[in-house]
Design a protein around this ligand. Structure first.
Ligand SMILES: Nc1ncnc2c1ncn2[C@@H]1O[C@H](COP(=O)(O)OP(=O)(O)OP(=O)(O)O)[C@@H](O)[C@H]1O
Ligand SMILES: [Mg+2]
Length: 247
């Protein structure tokens, strides 16, 4: 469903992505682990098309999308929730979801107030709000909801484009343990045919959600396999300097 072939990217003298080849099957849930600066976000930026790789290829659902711009990849089913905030604070939760759904249904050029009432848009908003537990907050202004709810909404906005593949960059960063647990449940309840690629620092989340794990270190894939095998790897223990004990 999503594949990179020998992807390379350098910033000046630093190789941030070193011949990265990963392959996700449809419905696979993959977590990317790796220390700060390992190149995780840079890899995402290339996958979604915000950054051009120096060499290598990216394939989405069997098609080479390496040269395609962001919007064209979104239309083909690749969606991303951001580490940074990309929500409209002055609008309600429902309006934020509606705008994303309007883009997905091809109505982004019409007046957004009209798009709110379109049946196809409303249907997506209801579906997504249920998936990410936002029903109680639909009419709240984004500026008025908690940080945790905002993070849920970021995933909701990404889901409202009806993706085949969803990329999430640290969806639980800054969220307390209680919300973090809620997030595990939320991810586990997403449709099984949705392919998930998640950057995550939280080991618990990684082991709870992942079918497979990829570990990046200095831009290189140093582990690719099942969570149980990752747990036993001494190389990974070294990279994480004992933080596995907490997992
Ligand atoms: N636009 C850029 N120009 C120059 N260097 C960059 C740029 N973007 C990222 N880097 C560098 O590339 C390296 C990888 O950064 P990246 O953000 O991909 O790491 P990360 O694994 O996502 O880290 P974190 O866990 O802290 O989010 C870092 O050394 C960073 O300073
Ligand atoms: Mg990052």
């Amino acid at each position: 469903m999503l594949e990179t072939r020998k992807l390379c990217k350098s910033f000046g003298a630093i190789d941030v992505t070193k011949s990265v080849s990963i392959k996700l099957e449809r419905g696979e849930r993959r977590v990317i682990l790796g220390p700060n600066g390992a190149g995780k976000t840079t890899l995402f930026n290339q996958l979604v098309g915000e950054l051009r790789p120096d060499s290598g290829e990216i394939h989405l659902a069997g098609e080479d999308v390496t040269a395609l711009p962001v919007a064209a990849r979104t239309r083909r089913g690749l969606s991303r929730s951001y580490q940074k905030n990309t929500l409209f604070d002055g609008l309600t939760v429902e309006e934020n979801l509606s705008l994303a759904a309007a883009v997905a249904t091809g109505h982004e050029s019409s007046m957004w107030v009209d798009s709110l009432t379109r049946p196809d848009v409303r249907e997506i908003v209801q579906e997504v709000a249920n998936q990410v537990n936002l029903m109680p907050y639909l009419h709240a202004k984004v500026s008025a909801v908690s940080y945790g709810v905002r993070r849920q909404l970021e995933v909701g906005v990404a889901l409202a484009t009806r993706p085949l593949v969803l990329l999430m960059d640290e969806p639980t960063s800054g969220v307390g343990p209680e919300m973090s647990k809620g997030f595990h449940d939320l991810l586990n309840n997403l449709p099984r045919d949705l392919t998930l690629l998640i950057i995550e620092h939280d080991m618990d989340l990684a082991f709870d959600v992942a079918d497979t794990i990829t570990v990046l270190n200095y831009g290189e894939v140093v582990f690719d396999g099942e969570p149980e095998a990752a747990r036993g790897s001494s190389l990974l223990k070294e990279i994480y300097l004992g933080s596995w004990e907490d997992a």
